[in-house]
Design a protein around this ligand. Structure first.
Ligand code: URA
Length: 423
């Protein structure tokens, strides 16, 4: 097999054979025979030419087979996983996992770190003193059986071909390709071994699929890949034009999650959590209403047990910022736009996110929304509170907010949070 022939075939719009795909993925994952520039050329050819559905299915299977699949049998409950394509203020996993566990399912959740303006679940949980994402396979089985779930870092042998290819795509302008995104996400999720999967595919300014029709195609592609591989999969396409909830950052998002688990919190965070919880429970055939579990302490109890099992100490205070800056309304009226991307980039520049995989993140840095879209404001009234620990980061963050807050004379109709349901 010659890699150049494969690149030429894809460049010229031909379907790769199953054998060619399996050889390409296995050989690239294994080492030096396929150079990074050749794999990058293949990614770019796929970016422009796309893939046939059956071609993509084989590509995804080959990525799964580059590592091992987790065996999660033995939890004694149906397993359900959840994945979000990433957004600003998206702390839903922190609330959703313990919530659905308290309803009777098992949640084996392997999460990633944030890159760019969208946050990562592991970075958020690491704001809790002592919490670690690193757990052994044996611990995973123990907590799955005793508590019902975990949120941990992905193990090195989970779709290793994807890790290599994704790092390459990140620096070669080939991330935003529907087949490459779908196979990247689904190879990891299928390898995790859950019976059921609910996807939250974000669309809007704060999502990497900005256009709704593209998000729907991505959702449909991932649902088909999951179902074809024996994972009962459903997707919600959800609005990411404005910040989800009232916080974007690490410690601030944990605090908001604890508020929701204690029966309070912002309406949109609660609404999306419950919508996703209902889909997860429905796929698992569990007929329980999740809403009361946020009010009677059951979901909080599971969260506390999950955090403690990974060394986290919720009796210790979460880190708080000693430097705060208020962003105020320049006129009186109603907030008609609070742009997700502007707020996400501001939180990232304040230190909540990273530009490169190796960068550290600040637990303290982030943005608190004191007003949301639809709220009335007086001239000079604070809209956002920026939390930071490094004063040099303030000006770049303020630049990102240029034009992100729009105040109008009349409140606009709120856009629904859940836009489409697929599968
Ligand atoms: N997240 C992934 O895991 N892969 C992609 O390609 C994009 C987002």
């Amino acid at each position: 097999m010659n890699v150049v022939d494969l690149i030429l075939a894809k460049r010229d719009g031909h379907r790769l054979t199953d054998e060619q795909i399996r050889w390409f993925i296995a050989t690239y994952a294994a080492g030096d025979v396929i150079a990074d520039e050749q794999a990058a050329a293949m990614a770019m050819a796929i970016f422009f030419q796309g893939m046939e559905p059956d071609e993509l299915a084989v590509w995804t299977e080959a990525m799964i087979d580059s590592g091992s699949r987790l065996d999660l049998s033995g939890s004694g409950r149906p397993t359900v996983d959840k994945h979000s394509t990433g957004g600003v203020g998206d702390k839903i996993t922190l609330i959703l996992a313990p919530l659905v566990i308290s309803c009777g399912v098992a949640v084996p959740q392997l999460s990633g770190r944030g890159l760019g303006h969208t946050g990562g679940t592991l970075d958020k949980l690491e704001a809790i003193p002592g919490w670690t994402p690193a757990i052994t396979n044996e611990q995973m089985h123990t907590v799955l059986r005793d508590i019902g779930g975990f949120i941990a870092g992905a193990t090195a042998d989970l779709a290793p071909a994807d890790r290599k290819l994704y790092a390459l795509r990140d620096v070669t302008g080939t991330v935003e390709s529907i087949p490459l995104i779908a196979s990247s996400i689904m190879s990891k999720k299928i390898a995790e071994g859950a019976d059921n999967l609910v996807l939250d595919v974000k669309t809007g300014s704060g999502a990497f699929m900005r256009e709704r029709d593209q998000a729907v195609v991505l959702a449909r592609t991932m649902v088909d890949l999951g179902n074809a591989n024996g994972v009962h999969t459903r997707a919600l396409v959800t609005n990411m034009d404005t910040v989800l909830g009232v916080t974007a950052g690490n410690a601030v998002e944990v605090r908001e999650s604890l508020d929701v688990l204690a029966g309070g919190g912002p309406a949109d965070t609660i609404e999306l959590t419950l919508a996703l919880a209902r889909e997860m429970l429905d796929l698992a055939d569990i007929d329980v209403d999740p809403e009361p579990k946020l009010h009677d302490g059951s979901a909080m109890e599971v969260f506390e047990a999950m955090v403690a099992s990974q060394g986290g100490d919720l009796s210790q205070p979460l880190p708080v910022a000693d430097q705060r800056h208020l962003v105020t309304a320049d006129r009186a009226g109603f907030i008609t736009r609070l742009d997700a991307r502007g707020v996400g980039v501001a939180a990232w520049r304040l230190g909540a996110g990273r530009a490169r995989k190796e960068d550290p993140v600040s637990a303290i840095a982030g943005v608190v929304c004191l007003k949301k879209e639809g709220d009335a404001v007086a001239e000079g009234e604070p809209v956002l509170e920026l939390n930071l620990d490094d004063p040099a980061r303030l000006d770049p963050a303020l630049e990102a907010l240029d034009g992100a807050i729009v105040v109008g004379d009349q409140p606009t109709d709120p856009t629904p949070l859940v836009l489409d349901r697929i599968g």
